[in-house]
Write a new protein. Structure first.
Lengths: 112, 113
């Protein structure tokens, strides 16, 4: 069965510092992986997706993620944090059906 | 355009009321979803419609009744809800089944009194 583990329920970085949000997945078949961002009282916005075309995936707002099969990881990074990046981030996996399984989420705090 | 719209934005209802949540997309997507999200938790899948047919029901209580009138619309009918049903209800759509990304609406904040 597919599952996602996000390490760190809260991550705090200084403005301008590297953002690293960790995601490990479990899947019995090659997975489809996604990162979503959610601002308070809003829906989820797709940041990026991995669908086996390339292991390094670039998304919106300067975010990118690298698929590492050997580590079953799909960590999200951004070279320089902005105050506007403060939000909750969800990693999600599907094995190709309709069901999307989400991680528990990581709240990113950006300090000025 | 990757927009999914939901109405109403907020809803307060008593435990004996009947109300409906509405969701619409005009992206030509053939799969639509209802999720429930409690505070500080990830979204939980409730229902999936694929090509206008209910394909997944995650053992949701019968007081929640989904409906898909056509490929662009998805409704969630609510009746005799409990206070613990208070949550953010999110609608999403995707091109189809098979690993496509899902696009989410802004949600309906439901409070059951």
């Amino acid at each position: 069965a597919q599952s996602v583990t996000q390490l760190g329920s809260h991550v705090s970085v200084s403005e301008g510092a590297l953002v690293l949000l960790r995601c490990n997945y479990s899947s019995s078949v090659p997975p489809y992986l996604f990162w979503y961002v959610q601002y308070p009282n809003q829906g989820l916005q797709l940041l990026l997706k991995y669908t086996s075309a390339a292991t390094l995936v670039k998304g919106i707002n300067g975010f990118e993620a690298e698929f590492k099969k050997s580590e079953t990881s799909f960590h999200l990074t951004k070279p320089s944090a902005h105050m506007s990046d403060a939000a909750e981030y969800f990693c999600a996996v599907t094995e190709g059906g309709n069901k999307l399984v989400f991680g528990a989420g990581t709240i990113l705090r950006v300090k000025s | 355009d990757t927009e999914v719209t939901q109405t109403p934005k907020h809803l307060v209802m008593g435990m004996t009321n009947k109300k409906s949540l509405k969701c619409e997309q005009h992206m030509g997507h053939r799969a639509m979803y209802w999720y429930k999200q409690k505070a500080k938790k990830p979204p939980e899948l409730m229902f999936v419609y694929s090509y206008e047919k209910l394909s997944i029901n995650e053992s949701v209580p019968s007081r929640f009744s989904p409906e898909c009138p056509n490929s662009s619309l998805l409704n969630l009918h609510l009746h005799a809800l409990q206070p613990e049903d208070s949550a953010l209800y999110l609608c999403a759509s995707s091109q189809g089944p098979g690993g496509y990304e899902q696009y989410f609406g802004p949600g309906t904040r439901l409070t059951v009194t």
